[in-house]
Design a protein around this ligand. Sequence first.
Ligand SMILES: Nc1nc2c(ncn2[C@@H]2O[C@H](COP(=O)(O)OP(=O)(O)OP(=O)(O)O)[C@@H](O)[C@H]2O)c(=O)[nH]1
Ligand SMILES: [Mg+2]
Length: 333
Amino acid sequence: MTSTDLILQGDRLALARLLTQIENESPEGLETLGALYPHTGQAHIVGITGAPGTGKSTLVNQLALHLRKRPMPGEDTPPRVGIVAVDPSSPFSGGAILGDRIRMRDLAGDPGVFIRSMASRGALGGLARATSAVGLALDAAGFQIILIETVGAGQAEVDIASNAHTTVVIEVPSMGDAIQANKAGILEIADILVVNKADMPGADTTVATLRLSLEMSGSANAHAAVEGRVGGGRKSSWETPVLETVAIKGEGMPDLADRIFAHREYLTTSGGWEIREGKRVRSQMESLLRDELVKRFLKGRPDGRFEDIVQMVVDRERSPAQAIEELLKGENL
Ligand SMILES: Nc1nc2c(ncn2[C@@H]2O[C@H](COP(=O)(O)OP(=O)(O)OP(=O)(O)O)[C@@H](O)[C@H]2O)c(=O)[nH]1
Ligand SMILES: [Mg+2]
């Protein structure tokens, strides 16, 4: 049996092998992924992001435990849950990070759960791409909900969020002015805001501040606004809810799961699902095209020529734009 068939049947070993191939960007991995692609598109990809230490791993663990006990709307059995932990800051270690060890203890032995951690070894764009490839593999293997945990580290979180259908942003209580409900970026990417560690002082104030900021920013996030316009006539906008959770005790998980399902329902009924898919595929393809064009272009240069020009720019002999213009002169691209 081919590895494609094995994965479609849910063979964990074959899946694990494919994920390693994806991380190593091996040609076999790409080939298998290509064969699996027509079988993808079923999974609900949920990004969970937030600053270091806000409790993402704990929450993902508790959410997965909860999801495994309840059927999704319209289903009889609980969903199979895939978990991908992405840590853009740490070099690839091969070992599980702390949060994963906790998860493995709680979720170990459940055949309906698959956990994978990934760390960056190169460009962040590469990590985002590898993450979406891992998502596709889990999707093909029949995992219906894929939770992707990323540390809020700027561009990486935005890239990974743009790969998710639903983005959950985790905040923690903070006092008074310290609440930087600023975070225009965060409000924009969040479909659901969670104030975790609600057992700590200041949770209510933080929730109120976040709600206020959402109201001031028009309450609908950027995605929803776009989808509202395009999906005209149907339910036009999603109001980002702000929830409280105490992940260490599993509190707030049923509500969070409800909101995640509600967001999925909103996406499918508003036409937003297709819009996001379109955007997702387009950005993936653009990024692949960019990489491929750069690779081909550099291949056609004599060795070291590009480095020489980079050095000229470093030495302020040319601006980056001038250097690129010069490089491309006479090129047929
Ligand atoms: N008081 C309290 N502590 C919590 C809660 N949830 C998580 N923690 C604690 O917060 C710490 C960090 O939790 P993690 O789940 O590892 O947080 P994380 O966001 O995954 O951390 P990184 O992946 O390192 O960014 C741990 O000591 C948890 O026990 C909560 O609801 N209340
Ligand atoms: Mg973590």
